[in-house]
Ligand binder design. Structure first.
Ligand SMILES: Cc1cc2nc3c(=O)[nH]c(=O)nc-3n(C[C@H](O)[C@H](O)[C@H](O)COP(=O)(O)OP(=O)(O)OC[C@H]3O[C@@H](n4cnc5c(N)ncnc54)[C@H](O)[C@@H]3O)c2cc1C
Length: 365
């Protein structure tokens, strides 16, 4: 048996644990200092912007495409294995187009996606109004409709992944912080090797250690002499109640404009988010109230009836952003033969978790 220790049970670590659990020769332990899905994952809106993104080739597109494909089978597979319902919005995503948007750029993207086997529809004002009656189209060019992008509730998904993984034999240790990694020289003496993972007084031996630790990564890496740093970028979001939201034939997609997302969650509830707030030199970020007000005002300018929707809840979360490196970081840690980084997913961890798990699988094979 190959002993795999996954540190971090957000969406990334939980997906890796579940995907690796299909291989009977792997003895897997999933560890988190808190409860699963309560880090960055617990704050996420769960919007999967794959087809509508402008990434069309290379690693960025491959990760997106492989994740979107895997999500099609992953959700029904997990629901049937665990008996848990994972709320998803499968009505797609409507991206509002403003007068300064370059329509030819979108036409080109629609052509590329069509060649790749995906649809993007370009709607003029009247089509947008027809499909999305709540949108005030007067100052818009129209919209791009992406039927293959969608939204998934991140905490429900993480719970299902953890339950699925544990039903398939993964050992879960929650409420336990990894304090240290015990490092030795490998047999050839040219690389370092993590022999054990230390949790308080206990230690676990490991053949592979996977760091899916997001914002906890930098402190572990410092002890290993690596200067890869994962920094926080804060996001504020709101839950609104809107009891008279109009739809056409129950079509209720995510609406997004100027990087602001309005995600219908059922039960007359809508998630609205998120702000993008960068840290100071000490990595501190104080949520900026103005930015939250601005977020809400912009959403009201797209969908005016949101003005009467009371705020039921607001929350903040921190996205894990790699400094000086492209997100996400999925690679073997330099100078170590058995430590894998699966971290720094920044704004797309929910979208990219399945592709990350597949990449990790390739690295350990
Ligand atoms: C407001 C907001 C909105 C977002 N919206 C979207 C979206 O719509 N779509 C999208 O794709 N992404 C979105 N994101 C980004 C997404 O949330 C992240 O990219 C993703 O959650 C990262 O997942 P993770 O598993 O790497 O991190 P986390 O969920 O933070 O998990 C890391 C885990 O590691 C654990 N850990 C760390 N160090 C240790 C240690 N030493 N020992 C034990 N455990 C440890 C932590 O406790 C934590 O549970 C959003 C983020 C925010 C903040």
């Amino acid at each position: 048996m190959t002993k795999i220790i996954i540190i971090g049970s957000g969406i990334v670590g939980s997906t890796i644990a579940y995907e690796l659990s299909h291989y009977p020769h792997l003895d897997i332990t999933l560890i988190d200092e808190k409860n699963p899905g309560t880090g960055s994952t617990g704050a996420a809106l769960g919007i999967l912007m794959g087809i509508i993104s402008h990434k069309t080739k290379g690693r960025a597109w491959r990760l997106r495409e492989s994740s979107l494909q895997r999500y099609q089978t992953l959700i029904p597979e997990l629901e049937s294995l665990t008996g848990l319902h994972i709320p998803c919005n499968n009505d797609g995503l409507v991206k509002l187009l403003f007068p300064d948007d370059d329509l030819t750029k979108w036409e080109k993207l629609a052509q590329i996606r069509s060649d790749q086997g995906y649809n993007l529809h370009i709607w003029d004002q009247s089509l947008l109004k027809y499909h999305c009656p709540e949108v005030d189209v007067s100052s818009l060019l129209g919209a791009i409709y992406s039927p293959c992008d969608r939204q998934i509730s991140p905490t429900f998904l993480t719970k299902a992944l953890v339950k699925g993984a544990s039903l398939k034999g993964v050992k879960c240790l929650f409420g336990v912080k990894v304090e240290n990694l015990k490092i030795v020289k490998n047999h050839e003496g040219n690389n370092s090797h993590c022999q054990q993972v230390q949790l308080g007084n206990e230690s676990l031996s490991a053949d592979w250690v996977i760091l899916a630790t997001a914002l906890g990564t930098s402190s572990i890496l410092q002890t290993l002499g690596s200067n890869i740093a994962i920094k926080p970028v804060l996001g504020q979001a709101l839950l609104l109640k809107h009891t008279s939201w109009q739809t056409k034939d129950n079509f209720n997609p995510v609406i997004t404009g100027n990087d602001i997302h309005i995600a219908p969650m059922g039960n007359d509830e809508f998630w609205l988010g998120a702000t993008l707030e960068f840290p100071d030199n000490q990595d501190q970020i104080i949520p900026d109230e103005e930015l939250l007000i601005n977020l809400q005002q912009q959403a009201i300018s797209f969908c005016p009836s949101l003005r009467n929707a009371p705020t039921m809840l607001s929350w903040t979360g921190k996205r894990p952003r790699p400094e000086g490196k492209s997100a996400p970081v999925i690679e073997k840690l330099a100078d170590y033969d058995n430590i894998i980084l699966a971290t720094g997913h920044y704004r797309n961890g929910i979208l990219l978790a399945p592709a990350t798990a597949l990449s990790v699988l390739e690295l350990i094979n």
